[in-house]
Design a protein around this ligand. Structure first.
Ligand code: GLA
Length: 375
């Protein structure tokens, strides 16, 4: 199913990784403002998504979802207006089951009412979770129900399916109208969590991705520095670099998960790296695949780009030692004698080189290049 919504992976912020159950309207508004002030909005991070726990514990007398009166006293429509007035888009969360994962009311049996409610509030993005799903109904059926209900509203709403990669997801997710779908468990702020998601879970899933349909390896932990709900020891600078680089290579949605209000300068510059964003948002929409791997944990991932270039990530998954990693033009079908223009994504250095590229990469680190055959 093609779609004009999400022609490139959605970019934005989601409340869950840092705030978990403790989200409120002040935090959301301050975050939205901080996204403008830091330049993140102008770099492309446009969705402000409020995850679980925005809802009151029960529906109103007309069965409509309402905002938690303590945490969101102004209501969701007003909050949506503030986000829109700042030039961003408004995202919200619900669940296919009777309750959400954090035990607020779910959308089961209320899909049409909820879709209409969200549309009336000006919602632009729905993350739809999979907790408390009645056992006798297929996840596919329930995701189709909400997908249909969203389409019936007539409002363009990006539909983000979150069932952790279960129920043979890749065979049916695109048919529900979803624009992105989670491929695995909740990410945590540690290399132990990131590594399997980036290098194993997404491997060979590239066939399912393309404009309007993206594999979702979960939100980013860049900038979290071991603070907030998914803190798990934190990551080194090299690990945050590799995390973001792989998400960009994998055409993953880029949903920032840290507290943007106190973003450090290193993380801000990393999240706004123009080469990485260019790779992530490349309109051809091809997800990177593993091109090569050696016993010593050096890996090459490649992603063809629309203008004839190739984005290449050369990664060292070893815990302590440096690795020499090589990328040969020939492995991507580029004539070996051709001199290619090679741009280093970390420092924008440009070289003209023939045949191949060889780099030395530190533990858990990566080098990223855009390699373009000269014409
Ligand atoms: C699930 C999802 C998370 C988050 C929580 C909210 O665990 O996978 O991303 O949305 O629910 O309760």
């Amino acid at each position: 199913m093609t779609s004009t919504l999400a022609p490139t992976p959605p970019m934005g912020w989601n409340s869950w990784n840092t705030f978990g159950l403790e989200i409120n309207e002040d935090v959301v508004i301050e975050t939205a403002r901080a996204m403008v002030d830091t330049g993140l909005r102008d770099a492309g991070y446009e969705y402000v998504v409020i995850d679980d726990c925005w809802q009151a514990r029960a529906r109103d007398a007309s069965d409509r979802l309402i905002a938690d009166p303590d945490a969101f006293p102004s209501g969701m429509e007003k909050l949506g207006n503030v986000i829109h007035d700042l030039g961003m888009k408004f995202g919200i969360y619900s669940c296919v089951g009777t309750r959400t994962c954090a035990n607020r009311p779910g959308s089961y049996g209320f899909e049409r009412i909820d879709a209409q409610t969200f549309a009336s509030w000006g919602v632009d993005y729905l993350k739809h979770d999979c907790c408390y799903k009645p056992v006798d109904i297929a996840a596919r059926t329930l995701y189709m129900r909400m997908g249909q209900a969203l389409r019936e509203t007539g409002r363009p709403i990006v539909y983000s399916l979150c069932n952790w990669g279960s129920h043979d997801l890749e065979n049916w997710a695109p048919h529900t109208g979803a624009h992105l779908w989670r491929m695995g468990p909740d990410i945590k702020d540690s290399w132990a969590s990131i590594e399997p998601i980036a290098f194993e879970m997404q491997d060979r899933r590239e066939l399912y991705a393309g404009p309007g349909r993206w594999n979702d390896p979960d939100m980013l932990v860049v900038g979290m520095q071991n603070r907030g709900h998914v803190a798990d020891g934190g990551c080194s600078r090299a690990e945050y670099r590799t995390h973001l680089a792989m998400w960009c290579m994998l055409a993953a949605p880029l949903m920032i998960g840290c507290d943007v209000r106190s973003l450090d300068e290193y993380s801000r510059a990393l999240l706004m790296n123009p080469r990485l964003i260019e790779i992530n948002q490349d309109p051809l929409g091809v997800q990177a695949f593993r091109l090569g791997r050696d016993e010593a944990r050096g890996e090459v991932w490649a992603r063809p780009l629309r203008d004839g270039g190739v984005a290449v990530a050369m990664v060292n998954r070893h815990d302590t030692e440096k690795r020499i990693v090589n990328f040969a033009w020939e492995s991507m079908g580029i004539e070996p004698s051709l001199r290619c223009r090679v741009v280093n994504a970390w420092n924008d250095r440009v070289e003209q080189t023939a045949r191949s590229l060889t780099v030395s990469v530190g533990p858990h680190d990566c080098e990223v290049f855009i390699v373009t055959p000269s014409t």
